[in-house]
Design a protein around this ligand. Structure first.
Ligand code: FBP
Length: 548
């Protein structure tokens, strides 16, 4: 494999880790925990793994001896920068405990466990992937681990390889599955521990104990770099409005973080649209008004950041999507038999009158995108809905109406962009490289203490890495009951942008000025070598949250 100069230099980077992970480690147990809501139901569903205490690693002086352990690892869901370092951290952690320990990777996600596709991860392989982006060391996939048959098939291969602990690196849905699997293996006395690791560029797997999901930092830095470049282009040519959709599924954390980094003219926050009960028309009017205000000052250019999940947060469209989800979950076969040209009419016929009317009013392409296959977790694939084009087109139409009424005299030409895949496999920033390695090393520690149903947790990450706090959080602590696939299921609660949270307030305090003025910031590319204030900065979101 030919390597770039950066790859070669970066391979020898030694991730910074919390001091408590450096020597001999002991654990400190906190109070017993309970689910974030629906406590009784979660307790009933997870009798073995609910209620366990939060665990913190502390330094110890008494040297322990560990038996060798065989560990399996799975990368689940969308790629996120730093996954390879989590695996390197697990590898180094279990080898430090006992050099005879072995690590196996299941190929292409949870499906690899069920289909018995695996490879042993040796030192030579691990060393090739240290500090690199991507999940290609073993690949990732979105198979949902949920049935007893899958768990039993998985157990066959785990037993064959004498694996007594499995680490699932994934987002909220994958960690929910990790918890269900941990509970099942505990219930049947399978002798397999299951540990989760918080991954997703979306940033929506976070709570009091998990302050960030890995990959969010690097992905936002990559997007902010390119948005900054676009803003500079935009301010040089002064002739385009750029509509930029940003990945992130439901939550607007990525859009908000990028806005804090680049100071765009407009950034829509889906959670605010929902809270204000705005219609699509309201959103269009808001954007068009800002375009018109800038045009009055002769500025017929600007940037609009759009979170990928926006459409789901427009209350009327959310209700429509809930009905569509239920219909498609229960009538998938019937719907697939309908001819493509008749699908729109078929859906209109099946929906309640209110939702049918909204569905009928949507542009053809967007209406079709709303009925595309859900992912295996029942989520609408929002990355396939072209909201950036929808908004650019509808804002253009609104401005044309205003121009006809003599209310607007500007020029409006657009460029549309979607940034998502560009950031998911970037070489991890120092923050993600350090954080991920620490998460992996922590997961190895949790295994050594016989824990199951825990998520690896590393906190206090705005402080220097030596002061980070490592430990484990019971996954059940993050759960509640939600409607999925037409029924109520226990799931990890998704963290959306809090409108009373400090990062949103910071944005809200400046956005009017950013809309009118051209206050762009150009963050430039991620730096891997250089002063700590350039290379080791965590996200603005985290910095603002921790300061508040
Ligand atoms: P995860 O939640 O699995 O980490 O996925 C993140 C994400 O990048 C979302 O932002 C996006 O909506 C989705 O994956 C796209 O996934 P895919 O490439 O599988 O369609």
């Amino acid at each position: 494999m030919t390597k770039s100069a950066l790859q070669i230099a970066r391979a020898s980077y030694k991730p910074k880790v919390p001091k408590t992970l450096e020597g001999i480690v002991a654990i400190q147990e906190g109070q017993d925990t309970q689910a974030v809501s629906d406590q009784e139901e979660i307790k009933r569903l997870f009798p073995n793994t609910c209620g366990m205490p939060v665990i913190t690693f502390i330094s110890d002086t008494e040297k322990k001896s560990y038996s060798p352990v065989n560990v399996g690892v799975i990368l689940s869901g969308g790629q996120a920068p730093g996954g390879h370092n989590v695996i390197a951290g697990i590898f180094d952690g279990i080898k430090e405990m006992n050099p005879a320990s072995r690590l196996y990777g299941f190929i292409l996600g949870p499906g690899g466990l069920v289909d018995h596709k695996y490879m042993e991860l040796t030192a030579d392989i691990i060393n090739e992937y240290r500090n690199t982006g991507g999940f290609d060391i073993i690949g990732s996939g979105r198979t949902k681990l949920e049935t007893k048959e899958q768990f039993e098939k998985g157990l066959e291969i785990l037993k064959k390889l004498a694996i007594s602990a499995l680490v699932i690196i994934g987002g909220d849905d994958s960690n929910t599955n990790a918890c269900v699997l941990a509970e099942y293996y505990a219930q049947i006395g399978a002798g397999v521990q299951v540990i989760g690791c918080p991954k997703t560029i979306d940033g929506d797997l976070k709570n009091e104990m998990i302050e960030a999901s890995f990959g969010f930092d690097t992905a936002c830095k990559v997007y902010s770099e390119v948005i900054g470049n676009i803003q500079r282009d935009c301010n040089s040519a002064r002739k385009y409005w750029h509509f930029i959709k940003l990945m992130g599924r439901s939550a607007s954390h990525i859009a908000l973080e990028c806005a804090l980094q680049v100071q765009p003219n407009i950034c829509i926050i889906s959670e605010e649209v929902e809270a204000k009960n705005q219609s699509l028309d309201d959103v269009i009017n808001d954007v068009a008004e800002k375009v018109a205000q800038r045009a009055e000052k002769g500025n017929n250019f600007g940037t609009v950041l759009i979170p990928e999940g926006l459409i789901e947060f427009i209350p009327a469209i959310k209700k429509l999507m809930a009905e569509l989800n239920d219909y498609l979950a229960n009538n998938d076969e019937e719907f697939k038999r309908v001819k493509r040209s008749q699908q729109r009419a078929h859906i209109i016929d099946k929906l309640s009158p209110v939702n049918a009317k909204i569905y009928a009013s949507l542009p053809e392409a967007v209406a079709r995108q709303l009925t595309l296959d859900r992912d295996p977790h029942g989520n609408v694939q929002v990355s396939l809905i072209e909201t950036e084009k929808l908004l650019a087109e509808m804002v253009g139409n609104r401005l044309a109406e205003w121009a006809a009424e003599g209310k607007y005299k500007g020029k409006f030409a657009t460029q549309v962009h979607f940034f998502g895949y560009e950031g998911r496999c970037a070489a991890p920033s120092n923050y993600d490289a350090d954080y991920c390695y620490s998460l992996g090393f922590t997961a190895a520690g949790l295994i050594s203490f016989g824990k199951t149903g825990y998520m690896s947790s590393v906190r206090n990450t705005t402080a220097p890495a030596a002061e980070w706090i490592a430990g484990g959080v019971p996954i059940t602590m993050m759960m509640n009951m939600e409607r999925r696939h037409g029924g109520m299921k226990p799931v990890i609660q998704k963290a959306l942008v809090k409108l009373d949270g400090a990062p949103f307030k910071e944005f809200a305090a400046h956005r009017d000025a950013w809309a009118i003025n051209t206050d762009y910031v150009y963050p430039g590319p991620i730096q891997y070598f250089g002063p700590t204030e350039v290379c080791d900065q965590p996200t603005k979101t985290l910095q603002i949250e921790q300061k508040a």
